[in-house]
Design a protein around this ligand. Structure first.
Ligand code: NAP
Ligand code: MG
Length: 493
């Protein structure tokens, strides 16, 4: 598709970098990726009974990084049996001791932060500055936070006792592989559960590397088990009879299928699913700050973010000004090699995801929206997509309704706060939203009326392990993080 660019402005280009190119700034730390990863069951690296392995491809250059074991139902069963046997001992380990393991894990991850950041970027395609400054430190922060809870569970719910559930089954997606793993493992262990976890097919490497951290931390065998594979492995995992709870993060379609298959069973379920967040800018907002928030809200991690601010709602009186500033700001985004420390937008996680984004963007053009893309050269090899903005979008456009999960923003307008709320809530999803205004009272009104699990005010994409995260409606149910997330892994007596 033809990229549409604004008129050239040499003075601006001088400031925004089109003329003064950055030198390459490649990250050079070794990721220590093995040529082949087996399953991690009962503390041992185990051959899959299927005898099958699949390739893990780096989206950065479409080259093979490693081979990953394909776990079948027999392997999943072995992992559950190991977790069930380990639970009988782990449940008796005092909270203070469990906390020590979690502190150890957090510190070991910090020690190897650079190595893990490089591996995460090579495997998933996200810019190294994000893996280095967000994914890995946040993953460590989740272990630190939950280490603190492990010996204080009696204080979480005064007068009640928190008991572990038993063995939990966990399935995670490919957009924040290590961070999602931390969100799942840390609270489960803090409460005294054991677990079986499956990473996503395209991003299993940091999970399997994480097994070495568990070994170095001396975690007893069987407490954490990793089975790798695709949807079928996930299916076997969520339907295993030994699972007392399933925690799933992924798409709404798969989440619904899991909910159907667990109906009538006594298994607990939490679902963290898709989103189509509204980022709402009022005419009294600090515009330049809002523009940065909009850019971060949609282009962070190539837009592979469940809470991405993919629907921009701007008050009509400032819409033209905001659109103009966004177009200029988008021209200074650096798209390309995720291993370059100056890269803002890295590689799209997989060829399949690139195809999905391309198809949805084509639907936007076909349905009459106006596309704006800066002219930026994309690498010849690997999977890349330029930052994209659509104006002239209405709520009925597919690009305004469906989760694109890519660097694509749709801009729409509103006149009154009531109209903004109505448009923002006009979606089956309800994960997150952003509000930009100078008025505290308007922030309070909006956050109480927006049907979203998280509402950010005058900022976007802020995370903290102490703060619960989760959705409404088709974005799922249950919370991760904070005390609320902790309680999802415990029975109250
Ligand atoms: P997905 O296709 O639903 O996959 C998620 C995980 O489920 C993967 O590990 C996948 O395996 C596995 N899976 C696939 N079919 C399964 C089945 N029938 N039973 C059990 N597990 C199965 O989602 P995705 O494309 O990886 O991730 C993107 C989605 O995740 C987006 O919709 C995004 O919004 C959502 N997400 C939500 C949150 C949140 O906190 N709400 C956070 C991050 C992402 P394979 O991929 O290996 O085949
Ligand atoms: Mg990969």
């Amino acid at each position: 598709m033809a990229a549409k660019t604004s008129k050239r402005n040499p003075a601006r280009e001088l400031f925004f970098g089109n003329l003064w190119e950055y030198d390459p700034a490649p990250e050079t730390a070794a990721p220590h990726i093995e040529p082949r990863y087996r399953l991690f069951i009962n503390g041992k690296h185990t051959e899959p009974k299927t005898k099958k392995y699949f390739d893990s491809i780096s989206p950065r250059n479409a080259e093979k990084l490693s081979e990953i074991a394909l776990a079948g139902p027999v392997d999943v069963n072995a992992a559950y049996e190991a977790a069930a046997a380990a639970f009988e001992k782990w449940r008796k380990v005092p909270g203070a001791e469990r906390g020590k393991y979690l502190y150890r894990i957090a510190r070991l991850l910090q020690d190897r932060a650079r190595e893990f950041a490089v591996a995460e970027t090579l495997d998933g395609g996200k810019p190294i500055k994000e893996s280095r400054d967000f994914d890995v430190p946040m993953a460590a922060a989740h272990f630190f936070y939950h280490a603190g809870w492990a010996d204080k569970l009696d204080y979480a719910t005064p007068g009640r006792m928190l008991m572990p559930l038993g063995v939990v089954g966990q399935v995670i997606p490919w957009n924040f592989p290590l961070l999602m793993l931390a969100w799942k493992i840390a609270p489960a262990l803090a409460c005294g559960n054991t677990l079986v976890l499956k990473p996503a097919e395209t991003t299993s490497i940091t999970c399997m590397k994480f097994a070495s951290i568990l070994e170095d931390a001396g975690l007893p065998p069987g407490v954490v088990n990793f089975v790798t594979g695709a949807g079928e492995t996930g299916h076997a995992l969520v339907n295993h009879p030994l699972a007392k709870k399933i925690a799933f993060t992924g798409s709404t379609a798969v989440g619904k299928a899991i909910q159907r298959s667990l109906a009538g069973s006594s298994k607990r379920l939490t679902l963290e699913l898709g989103g189509k967040a509204a980022n709402i800018v009022f005419d009294d907002a600090a515009i330049d700050q809002a523009v940065e928030g909009i850019i971060n809200g949609i282009f962070f991690n190539q837009g592979h973010v469940c809470c991405a601010g993919s629907r921009l709602l701007v008050q009509e009186s400032i819409a033209a000004a905001v659109l103009g500033k966004l177009k200029i700001r988008m021209r200074s985004l650096r798209v390309g090699d995720p291993m370059d420390k100056n890269t803002d937008i890295g590689a799209i996680n997989s060829q399949k995801q690139l195809k999905k984004i391309t198809e949805l963007v084509e639907s936007g053009i076909a349905e009459g929206a106006e596309i704006h893309q800066p002219s930026c050269p994309l690498p010849d090899k690997g999977y890349y997509f330029p930052p994209t903005l659509f104006s002239g979008v209405t709520l009925s456009h597919r690009i305004a309704r469906e989760e694109i999960f890519g660097p694509v923003l749709s801009i729409m307008t509103f006149r009154t706060p009531e109209e903004a709320v109505e448009k923002a809530n006009n979606t089956p999803y309800g994960l997150s939203a952003g509000v930009w205004t100078d008025k505290g009272s308007l922030i309070l009104k909006m956050s109480s009326e927006l049907k979203a699990g998280v509402v950010w005010a005058n900022t976007y994409n802020k995370f903290d392990p102490a703060s619960p995260f989760g959705g409404y409606k088709e974005s799922g149910f249950g919370r991760e993080g904070g005390k609320q997330g902790l309680l999802e892994y415990a029975e109250l007596l």
